[in-house]
Design a protein around this ligand. Structure first.
Ligand SMILES: Nc1ncnc2c1ncn2[C@@H]1O[C@H](COP(=O)(O)OP(=O)(O)OP(=O)(O)O)[C@@H](O)[C@H]1O
Length: 417
């Protein structure tokens, strides 16, 4: 079969070939019917139309087609939009669900559904289903699990409700943390205590606020007020006669004269020869004494002992003096043992209460026994043993320093009395 040729290149030759084909094949045909048949087939008009369309499309295929009409351009945009829509619609945008944990059994279908929705995690608690089962729609209340923290050294603290601290009206709870908006970490306290009292070096302008704190009568008023702080600390040293109160006091005073001041007490006893009025005591008559209002007073061997004005004069000099509506921090100084008193007080002298002149005399066995006996009936906030004077002094200093910085719980009646 000879190669078919086209007159105007490969693009336009197909239609012409169709037209020429029956004539070119005629010499090779035996039957008269064959050329008629071929002519009918290749001469068919619709075939020619199709071939023409094919050739046109083939020609424009490699060119950028621009629609001639404005309406056609809009149609092109719509087609692009539809095409994008179809592409997007065919894509799968479903959430990627977490894999099921291995340890959930087959029967726990509902748990699987909730879990796979990603709302809850392993360890979360399922609490409620509308309160009543199988009635219309079910509302799930889901509480996320919280990791339990290691117990603190200060005491057991709980986060989970089941492990929480039960308490009733009147119990005293010390709040340890309010970091969480819905939970409070607290320790139960046995004593009847209210505010922590902090001694700090606040400016005197804060005193008014503190005063209003004392006047609070209800606990919710304490809650909203500031924690009271005090500039002045009133320390009272108590102990049996001759235990060494003056000695200890003297050591504290000379250790920091800026910080500590002495309250000069009142007394109705006669002034001794070596004493000066206003130094050791302010000497007063019984008549005047009874007309005065004192912070504290006591009676000893028919004589009164008390203090008041001196408190204010110490305050005025800006010395340290703790005041909580005149409730002092009391430190009890006691001897170690009668044996140690005999050893350590060999060269010491007591101002004998039996001697009206108040002459200093060496300690007698009776003095030691009296000291031990009265020490046994005294119970105070803080206890310091005056065996070795230097040790006792250091311990006292440590207590004072702690008072400066630490919080102190105070009995509730201190605020109401
Ligand atoms: N730890 C101690 N070791 C040895 N001697 C001490 C010690 N403490 C105090 N003394 C001595 O004991 C004597 C009595 O001390 P101090 O006068 O201070 O006692 P006091 O408790 O103030 O007595 P009073 O109650 O009669 O005023 C003094 O001679 C003092 O030096």
């Amino acid at each position: 079969m000879p190669a078919l040729s086209t007159s105007s290149g490969s693009d336009a030759g197909l239609y012409e070939l169709l037209v020429a084909l029956p004539a070119q094949m005629q010499p090779r045909m035996n039957s008269q019917k064959d050329p008629t048949f071929l002519w009918d087939v290749f001469g068919e008009k619709s075939l020619h139309s199709l071939v023409k369309i094919h050739e046109k499309l083939h020609y424009y295929e490699k060119q950028n087609l621009m629609p001639i009409l404005q309406g056609a351009a809009a149609l092109a945009n719509d087609l692009a939009l539809l095409s994008v829509h179809d592409t997007v619609a065919q894509k799968n945008y479903d959430p990627v669900l977490p894999l099921m944990p291995d340890d959930i059994g087959n029967e726990e279908g509902s748990v699987k559904i909730i879990y796979r929705s990603g709302i809850i995690q392993v360890g979360d608690e399922f609490r409620e289903a509308n309160g009543i089962p199988s009635q219309g729609a079910i509302t799930f209340k889901i509480i996320h699990s919280i990791k339990e923290e290691a117990p603190s050294k200060e005491g057991k603290m709980f986060i989970k409700a089941e492990a929480g601290l039960s308490f009733k009206k009147g119990d005293i709870l010390q709040i340890m943390s309010q970091d969480d908006a819905t939970w409070r970490l607290a320790l139960r306290r046995a004593e009847i205590l209210v505010q922590p009292l902090k001694v700090s070096s606040r400016k005197s302008s804060d005193k008014k606020t503190n005063k209003s704190m004392y006047e609070c009568k209800k606990s919710d008023q304490y809650d909203t007020a500031n924690v009271p702080t005090y500039e002045e600390t009133w320390l009272v040293l108590v102990g049996p006669v001759g235990v060494g109160l003056n000695e200890v006091k003297r050591k504290v005073l000379i250790s920091n004269t800026q910080q500590y001041g002495l309250i000069v007490p009142y007394t109705t006893r006669p002034r001794r020869s070596q004493e000066s009025d206003g130094i050791e005591y302010i000497f007063s008559s019984k008549h005047l004494f009874e007309r005065n209002k004192f912070i504290e007073y006591g009676e000893y061997k028919n004589n009164y002992y008390a203090s008041i004005d001196s408190v204010w004069s110490v305050l005025a000099k800006n010395k340290h003096l703790r005041m909580l509506e005149y409730k002092p921090y009391v430190i009890f100084i006691r001897p170690l043992s009668i044996g140690r008193l005999r050893e350590t007080r060999k060269n010491a002298k007591i101002i004998s209460s039996r001697d009206d002149q108040g002459a200093a005399k060496p300690f007698m066995e009776d003095d030691f026994q009296e000291m031990i006996k009265s020490a046994q009936i005294m119970e105070m906030t803080e206890l310091i043993v005056n065996d070795d004077l230097a040790v006792a002094f250091n311990e006292l200093k440590r207590t004072f320093d702690k008072l400066e910085t630490d919080m102190h719980w105070i009995p509730v009646n201190w605020l109401h009395s």
